[in-house]
Design a protein around this ligand. Structure first.
Ligand code: GTP
Ligand code: ZN
Length: 354
């Protein structure tokens, strides 16, 4: 099997790559990014790469290569030049902290996102659902990992709370410090040739998991760092490594905030399995399940068949989404106001002749 196919190359990318073949360009996958320095893997192995100036000037930030992207490049001395990015199958993105509608692509071309929560202080159903919503929104399958199970008395109770939410995805209990246990679920959930990204707040154990899982591929990491050491030693912000079983893992450290990137104009409704299930029986098709007569969701809460906390969480998440929408609408309103203001200032300028 070629290196490319081991790294997840498939007919989707092949199809776009054919138009570059005649230019003698190579296909490669981005495995690490460190400022301007990219590390890519092609059929020839790992190499360093930089972005072509034309690529940098013609693309928005979110379109530029990210870890997991497939690119076409021109080999040049001991370094390749990335000419273009092949269309993504998907990408996980997040809202940039502090700004209302900017989004940042975290990793591209994933088979699943591993959403990690720590069972110490991090466990929070609300936050978990926010991650789930974002991951589903990006068209990516989630796997929920409840880490640090060694720190609580009854880890199963936490898992039950998550299962109660009704999402149809695996929910695993683990301890990043317990190697044997890690191996049992990785062999089951992380399949060869597939790409997984670790998502979760700071301190949940992403790096610990990443190190424990990838620890055996020291040689590959060794290659990578010798390679980076050509210049000077640097730590890579985000990287993709192949695990011993042939699956690939992307680490994204230090994610302090993970905001939803739902766009007000897209009119995307909030996905919640248990609400969805009931809403089919609401009297109104556009029922918001908040005060409408004939609401099957409210009826289920009253009848005790839908747990109150599940319903309350749902309302909180919807409110959060409204808040996000309001802030981007607010932005538009401010833009308009600003437009008016600058017209007024121009008029004033003419009048006063300065
Ligand atoms: N007891 C216990 N401690 C853990 C476990 N996993 C991680 N830790 C500890 O939790 C702390 C934070 O772990 P990290 O792996 O650095 O967390 P992170 O998610 O990578 O954090 P950022 O890099 O800030 O995003 C470290 O002190 C780990 O040793 C676990 O399963 N059990
Ligand atoms: Zn309803």
């Amino acid at each position: 099997m070629s290196l490319l196919s081991q790294y997840g190359w498939n007919s989707h990318f092949e199809q776009y790559y054919t138009s570059f073949l005649h230019q003698g360009l190579e296909a490669a996958r981005v495995t690490a990014i460190n400022g301007y320095n990219h590390t890519i893997i092609s059929n020839k192995g790992l190499s360093a790469a930089i972005l072509a100036g034309t690529l940098m000037n013609s693309k928005e930030t979110w379109e530029l290569p990210k870890v997991g992207d497939w690119v076409v490049c021109k080999p040049y001395d001991d370094q390749s030049i990335i000419i273009d990015v092949l269309p993504r199958q998907n990408a996980i993105s997040r809202k940039l902290p502090g700004r209302s509608s900017q989004q940042q692509v975290i990793a591209a071309n994933l088979d699943a996102a591993l959403i990690i929560q720590g069972l110490d202080r991090d466990f929070n159903l609300q936050r978990l659902q926010r991650y789930l919503q974002q991951v589903y929104q990006c068209g990516i399958q989630p796997v929920i990992i409840l880490n640090k199970q060694d720190l609580v008395d009854d880890p199963e109770a936490y898992r039950r709370q998550v299962l109660e939410l009704g999402y149809k995805c695996p929910v695993l209990l683990t301890s990043a410090l317990d190697r044997a246990q890690l191996e049992s679920w990785t062999s089951q959930y992380l399949q060869a040739g597939k790409t997984f990204a670790l998502l979760g707040s700071s301190g949940v154990g992403k790096s610990t998991l990443f190190n424990a899982l990838s620890g055996i591929v020291i040689q590959k990491e060794g290659n990578l760092s010798t390679f980076n050491n050509k210049g000077k030693h640097t730590t890579t912000a985000r990287q993709l490594v192949m695990l011993p079983n042939g699956s690939m893992l992307i680490d994204s450290p230090g994610m302090r905030e993970f905001g939803l990137t739902i766009d007000a104009d897209e009119g995307v409704s909030f996905y919640h399995p248990q609400i969805e299930e009931r809403s089919a029986n609401c009297r109104f098709r556009d029922c918001t399940h908040q005060q409408e007569p004939g609401c099957a969701v409210i009826a289920a809460v009253e009848a005790g068949t839908l747990p109150v906390n599940v319903y309350r969480n749902y309302l909180k998440l919807v409110r959060e989404q409204y808040h996000y929408q309001a802030s981007s609408m607010e932005k538009k309103r401010m833009d308009q106001q600003f437009g008016k203001l600058s017209k007024q200032i121009n008029a004033l300028r003419k009048k006063r002749k300065y």
